[in-house]
Design a protein around this ligand. Structure first.
Ligand code: MSP
Length: 512
């Protein structure tokens, strides 16, 4: 069985989960579920980034010790991921004891393998606590970080440990050349190529006086122990999550896929590979940098202060509808918008009308005309035409062209439209009135249920709860998640016993 190890960014524990965080976890979950249906042995790692100034400041504002603060937030994030149906296999926290010792072991190994890449230097510059990064001139506008304009930059002058990132330009250029799909999508790869062309600067990897951090494992010449810069603590989570430095790490590492937002692509496509190379460890296979979900022209984030509660959005029409909306509306390779109007429109037209009605009327007709038992019927033009869409679905999700999750949904809804045209054309309610048309009625009902069974499987990655409900109403055998793609086009529901349940997508949900 092929292993597939995928990760998401670990979220900063400085505030509640928001729609931006949710978008990434839902996208990763779709890929994880897709790979499980493809038969892979999947491991999805998600978690929390709990150290650093940003988190320490947020805890101080609440007036509670940072550990209590992050414990509380970790609970809230986990509850949100459960609510949204995220099928994660592991939840890592950077305050876990294993992670802390793993990071120290990793840094020691990098230092032992590449001693010249670590040096001490007195440095001064503007530090953005929002980014947890020193900022260059061209990243500052009106005295503020362009990404976090509500925060003040800190003028920082201290003696720190540095990592000689500048040594790695040639290495990274070769890496991108030899493995053109190391960074996807293409637009994000081009951004990284442009950064390489503009030259890499060495990076400060410790912070003086930062106590809410993993103690940096190399002693400073001044004798003080500094705190590990939060990105040098956070990036190795993908490795410590496999058990590193315990030998078991080799069973899972390297990661097949890191899913991150475009704002932190540089950390994952430049800094992280250089860190691993310094430690002489294998590199991940791919970084996928998705875009942003915006609301009223602003991106969701704590600092931007966009007020739209992710829990409320998920409650509006249920978690699956929320998953559907985000992935249908926001292309996984670009930015997109969240809007309540579009959400309502899509819920009604795509989910309640197109899919929901097709399912409920097909199931009702099998009950009414065939006492609930799905009749046998030959392949129809619908099955033949669906084949191309099923192929498009796989092409969107199997990684060959990257991860175009929105295209997977477009492909399924082309089939849903075909199903609706078919049922209107066949008019089974007319066929049922004429006993001479009994074979035609069987053929129609069989074709409809066959299609619905396919939809259940194809939609399991996107709508885990609703698709399982559909599978039950169709009388499909066993757990939907136990189905495998290779069997999809030969899936034969003859003899299944359907039973109409509650409407999959009721028209009135939580409407005041
Ligand atoms: N803690 C770092 C990541 C460390 S990974 C070793 C971090 N945390 S974050 O909480 O700010 O963001 C977590 C993820 O959510 C990132 O991949 C980020 O790009 C993503 N998003 C944050 N806001 C977003 C949107 N508005 N839209 C989509 N994703 C966005 O960065």
């Amino acid at each position: 069985m092929a292993r597939f190890y995928l990760t998401t960014a670990i979220d900063y524990a400085n505030g509640d989960p928001h729609i931006g965080h949710a978008y990434e976890k839902i996208g990763a979950d779709v890929i994880a579920r897709y790979r499980r249906l493809a038969g892979d042995d999947v491991h999805l790692l998600i978690g929390m980034d709990e150290h650093g100034q940003k988190v320490a400041q947020a805890a101080a504002e609440r007036g509670i010790p940072p550990q209590d603060f992050v414990d509380e937030l970790a609970g809230r994030f986990r509850a949100m991921w459960t609510k949204l149906g995220i099928s994660y296999d592991q939840f890592i926290r950077t305050t876990d004891a294993d992670h802390k010792s793993g990071v120290r072991a990793f840094i020691k190994r990098a230092h032992a393998s590449s001693p010249d890449d670590f040096y001490e230097k007195t440095y001064e510059g503007w530090y953005c606590v929002g980014c947890e990064l020193f900022k260059r001139e061209n990243e500052i506008a009106d005295g503020k970080c362009v990404i976090h304009p509500t925060r003040d930059l800190q003028w920082t002058q201290e003696r720190n440990w540095f990592f000689r990132l500048s040594n790695y330009s040639g290495f990274l250029r070769r890496l991108y050349d030899e493995r053109p799909d190391f960074i996807q999508p293409e637009s994000r790869r081009n951004e990284m190529l442009a950064l390489l062309a503009s030259g890499l600067e060495d990076i400060s990897i410790t912070r003086a006086k930062l106590t809410w951090a993993i103690p940096f494992p190399l002693a400073s010449s001044t004798g003080e122990t500094q705190g590990t810069w939060v990105w040098f603590d956070a990036l190795p989570n993908y490795l410590t999550g496999t058990g590193y430095p315990d030998a078991v790490w080799k069973q899972r590492w390297p990661a097949d896929l890191h899913i991150v937002g475009k704002d932190i692509n540089r950390l994952h496509s430049i800094v992280w590979p250089a860190m691993l190379q310094a430690a002489e460890l294998p590199l991940p296979r791919r970084v996928w940098a998705h875009g942003f979900v915006n609301f009223a022209g602003e991106r969701f984030s704590k600092s931007a202060g966009v007020k739209l509660d992710v829990g409320e959005a998920a409650d509006r029409f249920g978690a699956d509808a929320f998953r559907y909306f985000l992935l249908r509306e926001v292309p996984f390779d670009a930015d997109g918008n969240f809007s309540w109007e579009r959400f309502e429109e899509r819920y009604e037209s795509d989910l309640a009308n197109a899919l929901g009605n097709l399912a409920s009327r097909s199931i009702a007709m099998v009950e009414r005309y065939r006492a609930g038992a799905v009749p046998a019927g030959p392949r129809t033009a619908v099955d033949t035409a669906d084949q191309a869409d099923v192929a498009a679905y796989h092409a969107a999700l199997d990684g060959g062209r990257g991860y175009l999750l929105h295209e997977g949904l477009q492909a399924v809804w082309r089939m849903v439209a075909r199903g609706n045209e078919y049922v209107d054309r066949q008019a089974p309610w007319k066929l049922a009135k004429d006993p001479a048309q009994s074979a035609a009625l069987d053929e129609t009902l069989a074709s409809l249920v066959r299609q619905l069974a396919r939809f259940a499987v194809l939609l399991f990655p996107y709508l885990p709860d609703k698709s399982a409900n559909l599978w039950r109403q169709l009388g499909g055998p066993g757990e939907l998640g136990a189905q495998r793609f290779p069997d999809l086009m030969s899936l034969d529901p003859t003899g299944w016993n359907v039973s109409k349940g509650d409407s999959l997508f009721p028209k009135e949900v939580n409407r005041e």
